[in-house]
Design a protein around this ligand. Structure first.
Ligand code: SAH
Length: 389
């Protein structure tokens, strides 16, 4: 039984209003780009000229990570879909304009398999039942696919046969992980994980480097635009060789590893998520780099320590989450005074706030600002900024 279908020909999605994930779908792609450009210009024009936004040639099915929540409706039918924006209500979705097509198909297949294995969906009120969420990540360059089954309980009856059945339908699945999340939480993933099949992670290639991605590690969701974004960030860093580069909020080490490969003398990465740091260390090895080290911790605390030790850092690449950077981080950055700062931001509002702080309290000036459309059809926009002393 299929749920809601989309019609790409007329660019419309039947759940556009209900879902709320694609806020700009009522605009043509050109209009969306203009909207985002205007938004960034409005917020950042006091810091200088904003380059024209770089859009996508094919702005559909770009998401390499797809997540679906599972539940059983009043008629006893199992459904899957996404949370309505800003709520905890689930909107049934089978295929989505921006999600990877294979990932969507796998999610539907999992749903259809459940009844024949007598597997139920988890009920958040009674805390009974089995499947809560399904997460699929696909490496666009490698074709590797990870399937994560998030369950409310650790007991997984006939798991070997289930794994066999889904792999039979999708031989491209290279790893399957069971993640147990029994908590009363909005977070999708719990703490405990068991690898049911394969390596427990997938790999992907960006800018000529290979990266391992674990279920819980952050990885940019639009790999096509990520190459453009990272290309700009590395160009803004202006590496001539032998610089010491600090990659703050480094995730699995992508930007730092690419910088190391492209001639940085030494790279230091810092990241809060332990799984991501483990991936980053492996990624440095896999890319045969010995001039790069990773630390687990809060980027602000780390910067404060580095600044207090009076270490010399030539370039700071920073890529904080939507909340932006912290004051401790920015104050330490000023103290550390690297020649160049490259700020990669997924939220122009907090970017504007942080740039205003730097403008007020330091001698940094903005040299370049480049928006990149990482999230077509949504209101989100990424911007990379170069600052120099
Ligand atoms: N640069 C990486 C990751 C960017 S996403 C990439 O391009 O893939 C932001 C990252 O910041 C996430 O990995 C998140 O886990 C991490 N993070 C969030 N808060 C942090 C903090 N206070 N200190 C260090 N890292 C943090």
């Amino acid at each position: 039984m299929s749920q809601n279908k989309i019609n790409i020909q007329n660019g419309s999605c039947p759940v556009y209003k209900k879902c709320g994930g694609c806020q700009l779908q009522n605009l043509t792609y050109e209009e969306q780009l203009r909207f985002k450009q205007n938004k960034v210009v409005k917020l950042l024009k006091s810091f200088g000229r904003v380059e024209p936004i770089i859009g996508m040639e094919q702005p559909y099915h770009y998401r390499n990570k797809v997540q679906a929540a599972f539940f059983t409706d009043r008629n006893g039918k199992i459904r899957s879909g996404v949370y309505q924006s800003g709520t905890h209500r689930i909107v049934s979705v089978d295929d989505c304009l921006i999600e990877d097509k294979t990932a969507d198909k796998i999610i539907v297949a999992v749903r259809k398999l459940l009844p024949s294995f007598h597997l139920t969906t988890y009920n958040e009120d009674t805390h009974k039942g089995f499947l809560r969420h399904v997460l699929v990540k696909r490496g666009f360059a490698t074709g590797e696919v990870m399937l994560v089954l998030v369950t409310g309980t650790p007991v997984f009856p006939s798991k070997n046969n289930f794994v066999k059945a889904i792999r039979h339908q999708f031989p491209e699945i290279t790893t399957i992980v069971q993640n147990v999340n029994p908590y009363n939480t909005n977070l999708v993933l719990g703490d405990k994980q068991t690898v049911l099949y394969g390596k427990g992670y997938i790999e992907d290639v960006l800018c000529g480097c290979r990266f391992r991605i674990s279920p819980k590690s952050f990885y940019q969701i639009n790999p096509v635009q990520t190459e453009t974004l990272y290309g700009k960030a590395i160009a803004f860093a202006g590496l001539k060789g032998n610089e010491t580069v600090l990659d703050a909020y480094c995730g699995i080490g992508t930007i730092g590893i690419i910088a190391a490969k492209q001639g940085a003398g030494q790279v230091i990465g810092v990241e809060l998520n332990g799984d991501a740091v483990r991936d980053a260390i492996q990624n440095a090895k896999a890319n045969k780099l010995s001039n790069i080290r990773f630390f687990k911790g809060d980027a602000g605390d780390f910067m404060r320590d580095v600044a207090e030790e009076r270490e010399t850092i030539d370039v700071v690449l920073m890529d904080p989450p939507r909340a932006g950077s912290s004051e401790v981080f920015l104050r330490s950055l000023i103290k550390l005074s690297p020649k160049t700062v490259v700020y990669v931001s997924c939220n122009p509002e907090t970017l504007a706030r942080d740039l205003a702080f730097l403008q007020k309290h330091s001698r940094y000036t903005v040299k370049k600002m480049q928006p990149v459309d990482m999230f077509p059809h949504t209101q989100h926009v990424e911007t990379v900024v170069k600052l120099s002393l």
